[in-house]
Design a protein. Sequence first.
Lengths: 305, 253
Amino acid sequence: MSILTIDKLSKSFGAQKVIDDLNLTVPEGSIFGFIGQNGAGKTTTMKMVLGLLKADSGKITVCGETVTYGHIKTNQQIGYLPDVPEFYNYMRPLEYLALCGEISGLSKEETRSRSNELMSLVGLDGVKKRMSGFSRGMKQRLGIAQALLSHPKLLICDEPTSALDPVGRKEILDILQKIKGSTTVIFSTHILSDVERICDHVAALHNGHIAVCGTLSEIKTLHKRDSLLLEFTRSEDIKKFTSDNRIVPLLAHSEKNNTEIIIHGSNIEHIQHTVISVLAEASLCPSKIEIVEPSLENLFLEVIQ
Amino acid sequence: MSGYIAFLKKEFIEDTRNYRLLLMLGLYFIFGVMGPLSAKFMPELIKTFSPNMQIIIEEPSALESWTQFYKNVSSLGLSLTLIIFSNCLSNEYTKGTLTIMLTKGLSRPAVILSKFSSIAVIMTVSFWMCFGVTYGYTAYLWPSEELSHLLFAAFALWMSAMLYLCILMFGCVLFQQAFASILFLLVITLIFSLLGMTDLLSAYSPSFLSSKNIDLISGTVTISEFAIPITISLIMSGVLLFLSITVFNKKQL
């Protein structure tokens, strides 16, 4: 079952069309990576899902209910973590969570027990100082706590790791990993290694629409270009290797420098057989032979070109 | 409704911890003391500092004390109040603190209504405390003088203060920056006072409520003359509050 469906969504700011006929389906229980360059329209899309921005056209459905701009019904199913969450600096974290709980309609008792639970999940238990003294990482962690307070079915995180140092990033990703299963997470980012670490589904936003979408492995298989990397110690070896008659036809899509060559092709086994027999006959010993796995970064660059 | 109450509590915590409440109470207490005090001692001060000047100064009186009260509160007091609260929404816009609250299911009308209520309550408490202080101090300094319609005259000024708060709310909703809402308020005030200058409209302008208070106490105008300006102010306040909510509902955040 899908928890979020976006159908033919469009949005312009003045003459600039930011979102253009966007379609997206987020399956329940997934950690969904929503990738795109800065300014691709990730935040705009998320704000439309939250009913904070008005869509020019299209339909958004959250848990089977249609999102209407300015209305709050669908928001009760959603927890939202903005890119740089800002809180009321004069409040203490537990006071803030109590306010959030009261607005969400939770009982006092439930808010208290849930707050304590979440404060320890995000590693803020025992922090009683006012939020004016919070670091960015602490704000981000409290942001997750407030977003999860009312047991939302869907958690929307807008670039939760972009502004953090490596330690802070790891902590946030670990927290998101912990809640996997109980909550569906949509996670926008331009840091692809984060997506590879925790997401099972990915969609790449480019030019206002989804350029590629699917499970991480699907996308990798779909865009897989078989590649074999060979590294030699001497440049004469590489010259000798590439001048072989059986190798020349394979070089149409290859990248080469002084000591290294990457051969791309559609049939990796054929490439391997040819390369190994040529190496054996010419008595060449490369220092490294490796099948190159497609990285999300390469895929992303390929998609946005 | 629960959202309104929760957010109202938050507003009071904010006003207390950001010292707005303390500032308002302090300010209006000073205004309350200053009226009678300056009425009593200003003539002596002038005499002490410029003994050679020939100025005809009237004897200090309770009426002079109330004149000071209305002068202070309607000009400086009200202006400072509006400046103190001018960033009530712009802070939330620029920092983005409201976004989380709205995604939690807080309704947009509740935001406007709770902000207006908290400011109105603080204004009302400060204003009537100021009135009480002036009243007590004036009665103490001039025990034999009896003035009429003191309460109604103050009510008229309070009513006009409420109208200005509604204008401020509308300005805050319209403009993202605090200074723009102040500017908006200034323009409206200017329009009101221009209306007040024309013979035809002066009796209907809301500025009547903040300029004719002493005339009421001294007996040059009657209570019934306040009926139309009060009705107009009430209607305007309601309309402005309604417009604030309507515009805010459509605002993209």
